[in-house]
Design a protein around this ligand. Structure first.
Ligand SMILES: Nc1ncnc2c1ncn2[C@@H]1O[C@H](COP(=O)(O)OP(=O)(O)OP(=O)(O)O)[C@@H](O)[C@H]1O
Ligand SMILES: CC(=O)N[C@H]1[C@@H]2OC[C@@H](O2)[C@@H](O)[C@@H]1O[C@H](C)C(=O)O
Length: 377
């Protein structure tokens, strides 16, 4: 399926993908070569962490659908930080800006309410294009949401491109601030019928964000390193049941979440370790709960995103899913880089006029193109 005539030719292109994820840890920047279809070659990757001051300013924008308050200033700061991340990435890779055709710039989601047809990623595409001298595609989610889709997750078509040769059905689980799964069925090519049949996706529920917030509130760092705090605690069954009673878990896929969709009030009175254990079980239980919404149970789960570094969470997932649950790095992917790579891949698809989302990945009525192009400044 093609939405319009592609305005760039076929073949591999060198692109940068940039992601500022819901955990607000920093900017992930990936350099890759891809044809936007089934070929992907990872070249280089780095993360530029946000400092605490900027993270606090960014947090102050969450929930805002308008440009008021600090949003415009934070958007400029965020964009300039992305330009700096691109420079560092290209320095690291020894690649000149002139060799890069395109940047896929996700920006940062500050508001996501697709049921009201609202989603907002801050990040000024024209400013980034001017600062880097490289053409930019941004605003990947708006067209999907305007058409009635969830606007997320958008990584599934990239996951499918990576998954050739792996056993099916395969689940690729991203555990970032929020968690999302791509279910990949039969091995097929990039055609319209196949696209409908072989990939189903949705957010699963919380990822690390509630755990991060809990650990931070107790002065115990920015995240539960290795899951050590959770390992020292006990899961509170009543609090977990209260968290899992949220009606969102009964909604069929596709579905998506804003970062702060769940109220952690049920764990408020728990000790730091018991709270961490219970929130970690909340993430694991919500992933297990999604299996009923998939076309068939996956035979293997490959986990990417920062949550795969949490051994307690990985053990809970393995216990609940009953099939191998492994880091995506085991099959040669860089589990920290996949989201950033995905937005480089999606930028190429945007320029080729190929869909970024499908009815089975976002609930959009028909395969949907998206992204906004900003020529090199
Ligand atoms: N060593 C570790 N042990 C435990 N957790 C970790 C570790 N390293 C990273 N994390 C978790 O991973 C999070 C970052 O994950 P990631 O970068 O995948 O999220 P994101 O991309 O910001 O979010 P999203 O995918 O929702 O957009 C951290 O906030 C932390 O909770
Ligand atoms: C609205 C939004 O930014 N959603 C993010 C978030 O972080 C994880 C999960 O929730 C996923 O749905 C999505 O990001 C990934 C990159 C995606 O679109 O596939």
């Amino acid at each position: 399926m093609e939405c319009r005539d592609g305005d760039v030719g076929e073949g591999l292109r060198t692109v940068v993908g940039l992601m500022s994820g819901t955990s607000m840890d920093g900017i992930d920047a990936a350099l890759l070569r891809t044809d936007g279809r089934d070929r992907v070659e990872a070249l280089s990757f780095l993360t530029v962490p946000y400092d605490d001051g900027f993270r606090a300013r960014l947090r102050g924008c969450l929930g805002r659908a308008d440009n008021g308050g600090p949003v415009a200033e934070v958007e400029r700061e965020l964009t300039d930080a992305h330009a700096d991340a691109v420079r560092r990435l290209l320095d690291q890779a020894g690649v000149a800006a002139a060799e890069v055709e395109l940047i896929g710039f996700h920006g940062h989601t500050i508001h996501h309410d697709p049921d009201r047809r609202l989603t907002r990623q801050i990040g000024d595409g024209a400013r980034l294009a001017a600062a880097t001298g490289i053409a930019v595609v941004n605003d990947f989610r708006s067209a999907d949401v305007a058409a009635g889709g969830q606007g997320a997750p958008l990584v599934p078509l990239f996951h499918r491109a990576l998954a050739h040769g792996l056993p099916r059905p395969l689940a690729i689980l991203n555990i970032g601030g929020v968690a999302n799964v791509s279910w990949i069925g039969s091995e097929t090519s990039d055609g319209p019928v196949a696209e409908e049949a072989d990939v189903v996706a949705c957010d699963t529920g919380p990822g690390n964000a509630l755990i991060d917030d809990w650990v931070l509130r107790h002065g115990l760092g920015r995240f539960d390193a290795g899951g050590a705090l959770a390992a020292a605690g006990h899961v509170d069954g009543a609090a977990l049941a209260a968290l899992m009673a949220h009606p969102w878990f009964d909604r069929p896929a596709p579905k998506s979440l804003d970062r702060d969709a769940f109220d952690p009030a049920p764990i408020a009175a728990l000790s730091p370790a018991d709270g961490a254990a219970t929130l970690t079980a909340f993430t694991a239980d919500s992933v297990a709960r999604v299996v009923a919404h998939l076309p068939a149970p996956p035979v293997r789960w490959l986990v990417c995103g920062g949550g795969r570094h949490n051994a307690t969470l990985m053990a809970m997932l393995a216990g609940r899913l009953g099939v191998p649950v492994e880091s995506a790095d085991l099959v040669g992917w860089d589990g920290d880089a996949l989201e950033a790579q995905a937005f480089g891949y999606l930028a190429v698809r945007s320029r080729l006029g190929l869909p970024l989302s499908l009815p089975a990945t976002t609930g959009v009525p028909a395969p949907q193109c998206g992204g906004v192009f900003h020529p090199a400044g």
